[in-house]
Design a protein around this ligand. Structure first.
Ligand code: NAP
Length: 398
């Protein structure tokens, strides 16, 4: 019988064998990649005696066409009520109203972690010589920083008022004609993000968590993020984790928590990728780092992502690329990003066997050089297949 996923009193998700999972097909190429990914997810779940009762909910262009609303209340309610959902890419409405549907969902459900695992799949064309050394999981803070949206435009009365206040009250010589943005970074927001990263690292047998920050310049925001991280290690994880300064880089059997300044981190993930494992970082750093790392393993078109609130249990798993509208309906693009987001969702639900099966079948398909156009154009001797054919090839190997 189809049932809802619920949050147990112990803070652990309770997942029935036939969970109801809301999905948003997505705009543009969503019509191609979602059915392809769903076919693979269903086949892998069935192999382990499980079924997913998919529940379509609307957002984006399809919602606007059918209801006149870009993000209907029922959709938000469905995600609230069922805890876990998955979505394809959505068109960002241009003009007034909602800034971005993705941002709206994140804010409405307070999804404070943006989770982006980055690893290489054998055979995927990569710009670096040793992409296999990249196996990182990025925890990007999702609700604060310059992304909070507190900005005023140069020349507006609001900007003038704020500039006047800053000049008169703070003594800051803000130039005339400046746009001004506010960067809030709180102890609460930082600690809950870093707590999620450390807990994940411990649960998944990872070696280290690196706090990536720009604290040498932005002391009271980025620098505080780092300090709060180390404080959290001694407050809550002293028996299982240790900071670099307290162990000289030798954590024994505990998890090592260290930090790196963002610009240095961006070069070291390229030159010494094996030194990085789980990464916890502020919002803007995380944005740069996630895409730079995905590109490093050639995976920008197949990178998965999720937005999670580990306290309430809410999670929205999503393709990280956009709608690629010029390919919409052509059964052409790579379904890998939304499929691997589904794999991430399976892992999150504790369906690790089905998740591992999909990863293995995907690896075998790519290793056989059966790929969609985006990989085919970079691989020698590849067989280019359609989006749906790629999914079928994965199912054949499950
Ligand atoms: P995009 O849709 O990601 O497309 C950019 C390029 O990325 C495509 O032209 C294609 O490159 C490649 N690509 C994207 N998806 C692919 C896939 N599944 N397989 C293979 N290649 C893929 O970015 P955009 O054109 O800037 O944005 C289009 C719309 O998507 C906008 O409305 C934007 O706001 C929205 N968007 C949504 C999300 C989201 O919902 N999470 C994220 C980003 C953007 P080639 O043409 O070189 O093959």
């Amino acid at each position: 019988m189809a049932e809802k996923i619920t949050m147990g009193p112990d803070g652990v998700l309770s997942v029935p064998d036939e969970p109801i999972i809301p999905f948003i097909e997505g705009d543009g190429t969503g019509v191609d990649i979602w059915p392809a990914a769903r076919m693979v997810l269903d086949a892998a779940a069935a192999k382990h005696g499980r079924t997913i009762a998919w529940k379509e909910v609307l957002a984006g262009e399809k919602a606007f066409r059918e209801t006149g609303n870009w993000l209907p209340e029922e959709t938000v309610e469905a995600f609230k009520d069922h805890l876990i959902g998955i979505k394809g890419p959505l068109t960002t409405p241009v003009g007034g109203g909602i800034r971005s549907l993705n941002v709206a969902l994140r804010q409405l459900l307070d999804l404070y972690v943006c989770l982006r695992p980055v690893r290489w799949f054998a055979g995927v064309p990569s710009p670096v010589r040793h992409p296999e050394l990249v196996d990182m999981v990025i925890f990007r803070e999702n609700t604060e920083d310059v992304y909070a949206g507190y900005e005023v435009e140069a020349g507006t009365p609001e900007a003038e008022r704020l500039a006047r206040y800053l000049r008169e009250e703070m003594g800051w010589p803000i130039r005339d004609g400046s746009g001004i943005g506010i960067k809030p970074v709180s102890e609460f927001g930082s600690k809950r993000l870093i707590r999620a990263a450390i807990t994940y690292a411990l649960d998944h047998g990872r070696r280290s968590v690196t706090l990536v920050h720009k604290g040498n310049i932005q002391k009271y925001t980025e620098g505080a993020f780092r300090s709060w991280g180390y404080e959290l290690v001694s407050e809550e994880f002293a028996d299982r984790a240790v900071s670099w300064d307290d162990c000289g880089g030798d954590p024994g059997d505990r998890l090592l928590v260290k930090d790196a300044i963002a610009d240095n981190a961006l070069q070291q993930v390229l030159t010494r990728p094996a030194d990085f494992d789980v990464i916890a970082t502020t919002n803007l750093n995380g944005d740069y780092l996630s895409d730079a790392l995905a590109a490093q393993v050639g995976g920008i078109g197949i990178a998965p992502g999720a937005n999670i609130n580990y306290v309430t249990g809410h999670g929205v798993f999503e393709a990280t690329h956009g709608t690629a509208p010029r390919y919409a309906g052509q059964d052409k693009v790579n379904p890998g990003s939304v499929l691997l987001s589904g794999v991430l969702m399976f892992e999150h639900l504790g369906w690790v066997d089905a998740a591992a099966d999909i990863v293995k079948a995907l690896e075998e398909t790519i290793a056989a050089k059966i790929v969609t156009y985006d990989f085919a154009r970079l691989m020698e001797g590849a067989t280019e297949v359609k989006c749906s054919e790629f999914a079928s090839a994965i199912v054949d190997r499950l």
